[in-house]
Design a protein around this ligand. Structure first.
Ligand code: ATP
Length: 631
């Protein structure tokens, strides 16, 4: 949809869009001076690698003194070849960069504040969404979390609809977002949803990392046109961009050209060609895309002109020196003076009270919205025909395998109970492990924007997983319990079911903790299998005499206590079983495998599982605290 059509749509849908446009905008002047960013990297050359190479940290300077200014109503583009530092600079200015950052960054003359964060939008290069939510649901949930409490539910929904209309997303508003293996909206639509999520808060300051990457030229132009409209509405817009077309290039008010972290140009777009021509680097062909020309220069390539004979490094050096000698003082005088700050008073002075706190909504509102969002997303997965089918088929196979087992074949029946404890501790463990790694990017982004507290997210997430963790084991136990010939009384059945559900919840916690600590699915799977195997081996299921150095592991293993409780749910120590010919009977408590595990002390097993239920979740929570805290 062209921008003209967007305007038409705004007029025709007057009410919605007008209500959006009426929201107050707070002008922001962003000034940054001499930004330097350094990282320490390990020198891991192919042959140099040693296990003790911590001392060989090498310092690398990513940004080397970048200076500039953007005011409300302007759109700044950061240009430069891949690896020149655009994303790093954008993250630094958007306060999403930790580490060794120096220089001065001010927002209306002040440091970054909660109030500023609440009015700052940040669109990452590769945004992640909940794949099963539609465009409308995605934006409505964001509106519910990001708009302040002073907005009613209807107003928040209206705001989301207004954004859908303004960004030309009406056609695909009921399409799901999609993801890695699920077909959803197109790349351009996805990008517009990302922008829409930020537009919802009517940001005064908007950062976008390569908003046009992966888009065709028409979609790219649409997106930048929308951003230009936003800037014209009084916002301060900064973006990194890779290879803009000539049309797009001239939409920017200012450009900042980077090469290996060095600034080569900062200033008005229309003056850029004159500047380079003045220092001896002019375009050989007037029809060349100016952005391509600048990117070539930043790579040290100059076709035509006085300096075309120079080598790559020589040209780069020349441009860096020219910037320092000819441009830096002008930039400092023209842009970094205090003059135009008087037009934009400190942000806090312009804003109403509800912008000062860190959060837009109360804990309970956050929890309810996140729970609803997770339930909507998870329902496709939790009760997918694959999941349900797997449980039904498997329970029938198990039921038939252990068909009407009885204490006459005690070993078989114990095998059945062991399988219960194994299956319902391993399955929830592996199911829950990817939960946090999969959401890492989303969590980082949403927490950086102060959308919700970690506690509301964490509790909503674990509660949303409960249906799958509780319903499927219940179905499994209902089918297999009777087929497998376990004690046919309601009391025994309920006891067995309760143990399995409790075990599933504890194991879910172990998976969440591992996922949150490692935050990488592949590594978590590797660690996971080691942990599960260790739990089994240390519990004495396979080895009679477990060595002391590893035997303590059983006390942190849900499987060990679950199996003990399952045995206790079916047998009493004094129950008899057939232990020899001529109907000879023995006490179950003295059966070697049961004697080893022990039937007594159910209270200890329940307490141990309860400590694990809480403990593993606390570990997960503490591990998540490191994610997405804005600097
Ligand atoms: N945490 C880090 N560890 C190691 N290298 C880093 C780190 N952050 C940035 N870099 C390096 O800094 C340089 C600049 O990275 P940055 O992502 O800012 O570049 P870019 O201009 O945005 O690139 P692109 O256009 O490809 O996205 C790159 O060489 C990158 O490898």
């Amino acid at each position: 949809m062209e921008i003209e059509q967007l305007k038409d749509q705004r007029d025709s849908n007057g009410q919605e869009v007008t209500s959006f446009n009426k929201k107050q905008n707070y002008p922001v002047t962003l000034k940054f001076d001499n930004i330097v960013y350094k990282i320490k990297t390990k020198n891991r050359g192919f042959l140099k690698y040693t296990w003790k190479n911590n001392s060989k940290l090498e310092e690398k300077m990513i940004l080397k003194g970048v200076t500039g200014e953007v005011v409300a109503g302007e759109m700044l583009a950061m240009l430069g070849p891949s690896g020149s530092g655009k994303t790093t600079l954008l993250n630094a200015l958007g306060r999403r960069l930790g580490g060794d950052l120096s220089g001065s960054i001010t927002y209306n003359g002040k440091p970054f504040s909660n109030a500023m964060n609440r009015k700052t939008g940040f669109v990452a290069q590769d945004d992640k969404f909940h794949p099963h939510l539609t465009v409308t649901e995605t934006l409505v949930f964001t509106a519910l979390l990001r708009l302040p409490q002073s907005f009613t539910l209807e107003e928040k929904t209206m705001q989301a609809k207004a954004v859908i209309s303004q960004l030309g997303l009406t056609k695909c508003k009921n399409n799901i977002m999609g993801g890695a293996f699920i077909r959803g909206v197109s790349g351009g639509e996805r990008k517009r949803v990302s922008i829409g999520q930020e537009m919802l808060i009517n940001p005064s300051l908007l950062f976008l990392d390569e908003p046009t990457s992966g888009l065709d030229s028409r979609s790219a132009q649409q997106v930048v046109s929308i951003l230009l409209e936003l800037a014209k509405g009084g916002r301060t817009v900064l973006m990194s961009i890779h290879q803009p077309s000539t049309n797009i290039f001239y939409m920017f008010h200012k450009i900042l050209l980077l090469s290996d972290g060095n600034p080569l140009y900062f200033g008005k777009t229309e003056k850029s060609m004159d500047y380079f021509s003045c220092i001896g680097y002019s375009m050989s062909n007037a029809n060349t895309n100016p952005a391509d020309f600048l990117l070539d220069l930043a790579e040290g390539v100059c076709l035509g002109g006085l300096n075309s004979e120079k080598g790559l490094m020589e040209i780069k050096q020349d441009l860096v020196s020219a910037y320092k000698t000819n441009l830096l003082d002008i930039i400092k005088d023209e842009f970094l003076g205090t003059g135009n700050l008087q037009l934009t008073p400190p942000f806090e002075e312009q804003m109403d009270e509800d912008h000062f706190s860190q959060w837009n909504t109360s804990w309970i509102q956050q929890f309810l919205v996140l729970l609803k969002r997770d339930l909507k997303e998870r329902k496709h997965e939790s009760f997918s025909s694959l999941n349900v089918g797997q449980i039904l088929v498997f329970s029938c196979i198990c039921g038939l395998l252990w068909w009407q087992s009885s204490s006459t074949h005690l070993q078989d029946q114990m095998g059945f109970l062991f399988f219960y404890s194994l299956f319902w501790s391993v399955r929830p463990f592996y199911n829950s492990m990817p939960t946090f790694p999969e959401e890492r990017m989303m969590l980082t982004k949403e927490r950086s924007s102060s959308m919700y507290r970690l506690s509301s997210y964490f509790i909503a997430k674990t509660v949303a997983d409960l249906p799958m963790e509780l319903v499927l084991p219940t179905v499994f136990v209902i089918i297999t319990y009777w087929m497998g010939g376990l004690k046919p009384t309601l009391e025994h059945f309920l006891k067995t079911l309760a143990v399995i559900l409790y075990s599933a919840l504890v194991s879910q916690g172990v998976g969440l903790a591992l996922g949150a600590v490692v935050m990488n699915i592949r590594s978590a799977l590797k660690f996971g299998s080691v942990i599960v195997e260790t739990f089994f081996l240390a519990s004495g299921f396979y080895v009679q005499h477990v060595p002391k150095f590893i035997s303590w592991c059983k006390y942190i293993s849900p499987t060990y206590f679950t199996y003990k409780l399952l045995l206790a749910s079916q047998y009493k120590a004094d129950d008899l079983y057939q232990c020899g010919p001529n109907n000879a009977t023995c006490k179950i408590g003295s059966y070697p495998a049961i004697e080893k595990i022990g039937l007594g002390n159910e209270a200890i097993s329940i307490s141990a599982l309860t400590v694990m239920l809480v403990g593993y979740r606390v570990v997960a929570y503490l591990a998540l605290m490191r994610i997405g805290v804005s600097c």
